[in-house]
Design a protein around this ligand. Structure first.
Ligand SMILES: Nc1ncnc2c1ncn2[C@@H]1O[C@H](COP(=O)(O)OP(=O)(O)O)[C@@H](O)[C@H]1O
Ligand SMILES: [Mg+2]
Length: 224
């Protein structure tokens, strides 16, 4: 499974999605690689803190706009069950390279109008990638959802963008910030039942998408 977390908007929740999915897949005994493609290095620092705190931590490598070239990520990825690419916000060349490698792109998107505008720009990059790779799956994940009118209407408002929305949503929770600071994912923390439910549901949905994709490919008749 190669998953890209991508959105042109800074602070949308790409790194939060990356580290929480990575941590949950590690808990599920998968071999996990994070490709930190953002020079900010959020997921790299998170994994360093995890290792310092003697917590399970994924392998993390830094890669940029050449990751799609033969002998780069393809070679490293073969040794892992799950690869998560934490994309930078504004570097189109790096995001394009990530979209050449990923089978699934998750686009974190908040409920505000600014998020919806940025989403259109993210979708343009994905449309471009799909011209070359029509099999690329793309799903929006509602993040930082609050119990406001905007938050409550987010699903209906974002539905209009034409990209499928995952059923799993991440609410705005201090737990996500606290977990990041100590090198954990929320599903390895105690007393965070709602956040745990959100990430487990997200990981289940992601796994199901790959199972469906695999089954669909397997059912294509082989032409001799
Ligand atoms: N669901 C959430 N609830 C609370 N804080 C969040 C949530 N998602 C992200 N954040 C916080 O917002 C900031 C930016 O999130 P981050 O995941 O680093 O975004 P990006 O990687 O897209 O720039 C971080 O401080 C992070 O802890
Ligand atoms: Mg980030």
């Amino acid at each position: 499974m190669i998953i890209a977390c991508a959105s042109v908007k800074g602070g949308a929740g790409k790194s939060t999605l990356t580290v929480n999915l990575a941590s949950e897949f590690l808990r599920r005994k998968r071999r996990v690689l994070i490709v930190d493609a953002d020079p900010q290095g959020t997921s790299r620092v998170w994994a360093e803190i995890a290792a310092e705190n003697k917590l399970p931590s994924p392998t993390v490598i830094a890669m940029g706009k050449d990751m799609h070239r033969p002998g780069q990520l393809d070679q490293v990825a073969a040794a892992f069950d799950v690869v998560i690419i934490d994309c930078p916000g504004r570097d189109g060349a790096v995001v394009r390279a990530a979209l050449m490698m990923a089978s699934l792109v998750l686009i974190p998107c908040g409920a505000s109008p600014a998020d919806a505008w940025a989403l259109q720009q993210s979708l343009e990059l994905i449309d471009e990638a799909r011209c070359l790779r029509p099999e690329l799956l793309a799903h929006v994940v509602i993040t930082r959802r609050r119990a406001t009118t905007l938050g409550k209407n987010a699903r209906t408002d974002l539905h209009a963008c034409g990209v499928p929305l995952l059923a799993a949503e991440l609410s705005e929770r201090v737990a996500y910030q606290a977990a990041m600071g100590v090198g954990r994912g929320v599903t390895t923390m105690t007393g965070q039942a709602e956040a745990v439910r959100e990430i487990r549901r997200l990981a289940d949905e992601v796994e199901n998408l790959f199972t469906e994709k695999h089954n669909a490919n397997a059912s294509i008749p082989h032409v001799a």
